[in-house]
Design a protein around this ligand. Structure first.
Ligand code: SF4
Ligand code: SF4
Ligand code: SF4
Length: 340
């Protein structure tokens, strides 16, 4: 697979052309302070407290809806669309049919067909209100910046003592960049450190607005080959690789994360290709590569959404193999760790 070297060479050439024109570095790329708009609304599908794997210290993760990718292994399929979604836990359902009776659109077909027709669902929530067995739930809630900040405020002491803070995740949080900007401004005004887990798949204007508000950027590079990337995620990686080069010049700290997915990128050549590409990232701000072994924790969510999980039967790479891939990254002179 010689494309890895071709790609690295290609991006080296681009980098040499791009960087002198940018005349930019994180030192002169700061944000203008102003009060956040606390009433700005966004769609949030989860708040996860006490996380230790998603940035420095102990953190609260804010998960925002919306993602332009469709990764086959996605463990948050409920996050992909920019609207709430009804999830059905079949194991809790007693088949009473209350939900089908109140559904105004005929989308709730649990009594007759054992499914929800999401194409007809207007997410009114009436079915959830009459399900007394916790078999239905709505994922995705409209919240104001103020409401999110109040939730985050509960753990302010933990952030301070652990050197932690707030991590924004998704979905792809950059899709809700207007809400995200106000939320990050709110976090900064509280003195909390900020991080993001991102695909980096966003227009440059969005990056210019959001990256200066972040202390740590954790960005995925999933594959180096545009066609393979498109086949497994639904989009080409060209914008992502270009943005990685750019983000490395403006971020305070950039970590590249690679979800290691058997059958997609869990091979020596692909991991070496990604590592070689990363050797061209601006070194003052690029910390290293985190290899994240595949897991299937999101499988049950596919059942709850009535979707097929394409990765069924895929096994998590074992520890020795992950160490081997780590050694390949390290051979390129980069820091590497297994896990986030
Ligand atoms: S949320 Fe409303 S439209 Fe959707 S299935 Fe439930 S009752 Fe029907
Ligand atoms: S209301 Fe709840 S328990 Fe009754 S059929 Fe619907 S999902 Fe099942
Ligand atoms: S980028 Fe993340 S949230 Fe989006 S589809 Fe891929 S795994 Fe899911």
């Amino acid at each position: 697979m010689c494309f890895t070297y071709r790609e690295a060479a290609l991006y080296k050439k681009d980098l040499e052309q791009i960087l002198p024109k940018l005349e930019i570095s994180s030192a002169n790329f700061t944000y203008e302070e102003r009060e956040p708009d606390l009433q700005k609304e966004g769609l949030v599908f989860n708040l996860q407290r006490f996380s230790v794997n998603d940035g420095p210290g102990v953190r609260t993760i804010v998960f925002l809806n919306g993602c332009p990718l469709r990764c086959k292994w996605c463990c948050n399929p409920e996050s992909q669309r920019m609207k709430p979604v009804i999830m059905w836990k079949q194991q809790n359902c007693v088949g009473c049919g209350n939900c089908s009776v109140v559904c105004p659109t005929g989308a709730c077909q649990i009594r007759d067909a054992g499914r929800i027709d999401h194409s007809k669902c207007i997410v009114c929530g009436k079915c959830v209100d009459v399900c007394y067995h916790q078999a239905l739930e709505m994922s995705g809630k409209v919240m104001t910046v103020e409401e999110v900040l109040k939730e985050l405020y509960q753990d302010r002491t933990v952030y301070r003592r652990s050197g932690g803070g707030i991590t924004i995740s998704g979905g792809e949080a950059l899709m809700q960049h207007e809400f995200l900007e106000e939320l990050l401004r709110g976090c900064k005004s509280m003195g909390w450190t900020t991080a993001i887990e991102t695909t980096g798949y966003a227009p440059k204007e969005v990056l210019d607005k959001i990256i200066p508000l972040l202390d740590t950027v954790m960005m995925d590079i999933k594959h180096i080959d545009p066609e393979v990337h498109k086949a497994w995620t639904g989009v080409s990686n060209e914008r992502i690789l270009e943005n990685a080069l750019y983000i490395a010049t403006i971020a305070k700290e950039l970590i590249i994360r690679v979800p290691v997915i058997p059958g997609f990128n869990a091979d020596e050549d692909t991991i070496r290709g990604i590592a070689k590409f990363c050797t061209y990232l601006e070194k003052d701000h690029f910390v290293g590569i985190h290899l994240l072994p595949y897991h299937d924790f999101g499988t049950n969510k596919y059942d709850m959404l009535g979707k097929d999980y394409e990765m069924i039967g895929t096994e998590r790479p074992d520890e020795d193999y992950m160490k081997y891939l780590k050694s390949i990254v390290e051979a390129e002179g980069l820091y590497c760790q297994i896990g986030g």
